[in-house]
Write a protein that binds this ligand. Structure first.
Ligand code: HEM
Length: 480
């Protein structure tokens, strides 16, 4: 009985403490938010709502379709509005001119910003977290390994991956997103490392898979969580990469891929910019991260849009038949030059990138108070250029919900089309991503047809918007 009473007492005590803590926490958050907002009261902040204390409008953003979140506020407040997401005051912008100011003309006033848990996972010395001289030095090296003149040599490799992968799908139902991830990973890892032993690649594949799970999970660093396992996997990856670097340095053969370029310290062989092993590792992993889910999501969307628009599929197929006839006549495989002769498929890709806008926005942080279109963005506030809102604006893209590749027969208005970003941090991998889509379309349209299994509608978000359930497709041989 005594034990029961003391247990009851301790329960009551702990509930009381919990309620007091909650009250204290709520009042503190309220006060903090009030203070944060009112210390800027002399500034002309953009219109908008900061939502609830501490939580801001986070719940609203994450419990509804993000597009409705953006468009309802854009209608109410205009192209620049403030909000409060994930504990941070933010300014969202959907005017091309303001987006250009943030990403290009005044880029030095806005630094890239990522949650520390994500930065730790990819590697803090990776390109996208950097600014200034270190960023431009790295960017030159990364760009060098993804220039058309470099990736044209990868066409036979990419072609071979597709030719090995596609036949295994015949008469089966595939999870398209998962298959596209395998494809995108092979291309990205090969571009990053160049040639490496298959056993090493197998290890890297497994560790990367673990890393990816942790990246997309809650950052709880407790034994057994995905995050904890991912941190461990990241350390092992570092060790593997360190050994590969050591081997290449000892043999004085820096090898191909981005790794070769990073080890040479640039394009030439002069070794002016010697990077540390951890800088090299962070950038190899970073590039694979940037290339993997993005490209896989776009590949998945292309197949969905062509499935839903059979007339377009017919035109794409005819384009590839013409190229196939040429290859048969000349008795050779697909080349980079052939991929430059696919204008209709290229417009399908452009329209897919616009319509799906898989990177709906990006994040920057104001490094000082910045004046933008008559408003002040206070130092430390996050700024989100909303690519998707711009791509879906009827002013720039009439009938934005219609999938219409022909709109790209004329170039879009400047600064209205940014699927690969803009300015100093724009994507160095755009040509490689497009190449992957073209090669897949070439083989798939010539020999196969695909049918969505299930209703095929709906979108899942994780981390990028993709068709629901990863787009299950039944693949069959094309009898015509
Ligand atoms: C269709 C697929 C892809 C899309 C839609 C895409 C989109 C983007 C966007 C919008 C940015 C700019 C982010 C910002 O400004 O904050 C970016 C940056 C980047 N992308 Fe891609 N990307 C794709 C594929 C790739 C590939 C294949 C690579 C491999 C090389 C790659 C590597 C990178 C890197 C390294 C950055 C950071 C650049 C910097 O900070 O300077 N991406 N990407």
């Amino acid at each position: 009985m005594q034990i029961f009473t003391s247990l009851l007492n301790s329960c009551l005590n702990s509930s009381l403490y919990f309620i007091i803590f909650l009250l204290f926490f709520s009042s503190f958050s309220l006060l903090l938010q009030w203070w944060k907002h009112h210390r800027h009261k002399d500034k002309h902040l953009p219109p908008g709502s900061m939502g609830w204390p501490y939580f801001g409008e986070t719940l609203k953003l994450y419990t509804q379709n993000p597009n409705s979140f953006f468009s309802s506020r854009q209608k109410r407040y205009g192209d620049i509005f403030k909000t409060h997401i994930l504990g941070c005051p933010c300014v969202m912008i959907s005017s091309p001119e303001a987006a250009r100011a943030v990403l290009v003309t005044q880029a030095h006033l806005f630094k890239p910003t990522y949650p520390p848990s994500k930065e730790k996972m990819i590697g803090p010395e990776a390109l996208f977290f950097q600014q200034g001289a270190y960023h431009s030095m790295l960017k030159k090296m990364v760009q060098a390994s993804f220039l058309p003149s470099t990736i044209k040599n990868s066409v036979p490799f990419v072609d071979q991956i597709v030719q090995n992968m596609v036949p295994s799908w015949t008469n089966t139902t595939i999870n398209t997103l998962e298959e596209m991830k395998k494809y995108a990973f092979e291309v990205a890892a090969n571009s990053a490392f160049g040639e490496i032993k298959e056993m090493e690649m197998e290890e890297i594949r497994e560790l990367y898979h673990c890393l990816e799970k942790g990246y997309n999970s809650h950052p709880l660093n407790l034994p057994g969580t995905f995050y904890w396992k991912a941190i461990k996997a990241r350390k092992v990856l570092n060790e593997i990469i360190r050994k590969i670097i050591e081997r290449r340095k000892e043999s004085r053969n820096y090898g191909g891929g981005l790794l070769g370029i990073l080890l040479r310290g640039g394009r030439g062989d002069q070794q002016q910019q010697q990077l540390t092993d951890s800088q090299v590792a962070d950038n190899l992993i970073g590039v694979i991260f940037a290339a993997h889910d993005t490209t896989a999501s776009v590949l998945t969307w292309v197949l969905k849009y062509l499935h839903d628009n059979l007339n377009l599929l017919e035109t794409v197929t005819k384009e590839h038949e013409r190229i196939r006839n040429k290859l048969v006549n000349e008795n050779r495989g697909l080349s980079w030059e052939d991929t430059r002769q696919m204008p209709f498929s290229t417009r399908v890709i452009q329209e897919t990138l616009r319509s799906a806008s898989i990177l709906s926005f990006t994040f920057r942080e104001a490094v000082q108070d910045v004046e933008l279109e008559g408003y002040t963005i206070p130092k430390g506030w996050k700024v989100l250029p909303l690519f998707r809102s711009i791509h879906h604006s009827p002013h720039f893209f009439p009938q934005p919900h219609k999938f219409d590749p022909s709109r790209f027969e004329v170039p879009p208005r400047p600064n209205t089309y940014m699927p690969f970003g803009s300015g100093v941090h724009s994507c160095p991998g755009s040509e490689l991503a497009k190449l992957e889509v073209l090669v897949l379309l070439h083989h798939l349209t010539l020999k196969y047809r695909w049918e969505v299994v299930g209703d095929g509608d709906g979108i899942q978000y994780g981390p990028f918007p993709v068709p629901k359930n990863g787009l299950p497709l039944k693949i069959t041989l094309n009898k015509r």
